[in-house]
Design a protein around this ligand. Sequence first.
Ligand SMILES: Cc1ncc(COP(=O)(O)O)c(C=O)c1O
Ligand SMILES: N[C@@H](CCOP(=O)(O)O)C(=O)O
Length: 461
Amino acid sequence: MRYVSTRGNAPKLSFEEAMLTGLARDGGLYVPNVVAPRRQDEIEALPGMSYEEVAYWVMRPFVGESFSPEELRAIINRAYAGFAHAARAPLVQLGPNHFLLELFHGPTLAFKDFAMQLIGQLFQAALAKRGERITIVGATSGDTGSAAIEAFRGLDNVDVFILYPHGRVSEVQRRQMTTPTESNVHALAIDGTFDDAQARLKDMFNDFTFRDEVKLAGVNSINWARVLAQVVYYFTAASSLGAPLRPVSFTVPTGNFGDIFAGYIARQLGLPIEKLVIATNQNDILHRTLQTGAYTKSEVVPSISPSMDIQVSSNFERVLFDAYGRDGAAVADQMDDLARGGFTISQGAIDYLRGHFASGSASEAETLATIRSIFETTGEVICPHTAVGVKVASEHLGATPMITLATAHPAKFPAAVKQACGVDAPLPPHMADLFDRPERVTQVPNDLAALEALIRERRRP
Ligand SMILES: Cc1ncc(COP(=O)(O)O)c(C=O)c1O
Ligand SMILES: N[C@@H](CCOP(=O)(O)O)C(=O)O
């Protein structure tokens, strides 16, 4: 298996090379050169397998020669050993034909742990073999940052810099990033939005002098390995509800488009997903794009689901690449237009997108009302991101089982939960003293040169 850039003008790489490279050198994102459907009998055999066994089955063909079968199995087993639930990603029923896929039983209480715990192990194995050290820079709207810090804290050969938008993450999310004491961890509060943070990160990748000097690596969903790890739970969830013999639908709270893109890959691998529904908060650019055919940036408005306060959804480029028949030059043109404010999608490409995705959005009031009504009718306390998904899913329910991804633990957003339904959402025991731990953070300007200077100064040579 080789990996190609969505902009068609970068070297083709192996899985390990693509993982360590991050952003392609033409500014694009790496994707597999082919995603072939799996055999039906193999998919039928998934129920009854452990999460780790399904993960191995999903990932093995994508990993190729980069890791031996034994190495990959051991890496997967280590990655999920610390999860608090034996099923790793349990399903709970919310109502007739509506299920929640709980993705918050990892160490930092969000779905990011599924991929980050895995790539932490993959990076360590690859770096040990190569005898290399790297500098990870990540952009976060709240959850990627803490998951990355948890996966890489204390490692001798990795420095981690996490850029989060100052004042635009929840207090629990911020403290998860600012309280680790390891000297290889650096929390940076940028004066701007998540989009600014992600744009500066991509600028760093496009500054080849800096990139090569610090050996820059990325753990955002820029990194294909992140997306791959997230494909697994679509299979475990669907197969526990009877797939592939009966179809299922998914609704995915969406921001950077990584999680739903993983669902799109699962469908390409042969999972019968009837509807794949994009659920956005009031920052509804993806929903508007599907409706209008134009991807037009507007200002990010802070919401009670802050991790989805995004206008430039990085992984949308990956699906556009397919929508344009894998024409990298066409994608590169559209991304140039995006830098100037937006682009209009061709008729063929928008038909492709509408054929693969449905969409909807939830206002702030609808998000709060959903948290409240789910609590009152089921006793479940859900986080605001999950509530966005549940609200949008309710507009797409039918005869096919609907699975909404519960992307974070409610304890990460206690203020919104309290406002919605009046209950406290306590942190689990391993985080119970989070508010007593001292914070360590540097406020930084939204300026490439200043950020690069700080990283050069702080990283260990
Ligand atoms: C809790 C939560 N829900 C949903 C999302 C959106 O996921 P994605 O960015 O993969 O679309 C995020 C951020 O990634 C998140 O942290
Ligand atoms: N919501 C994310 C944004 C970054 O997404 P990623 O999947 O590209 O890492 C966050 O919580 O940081």
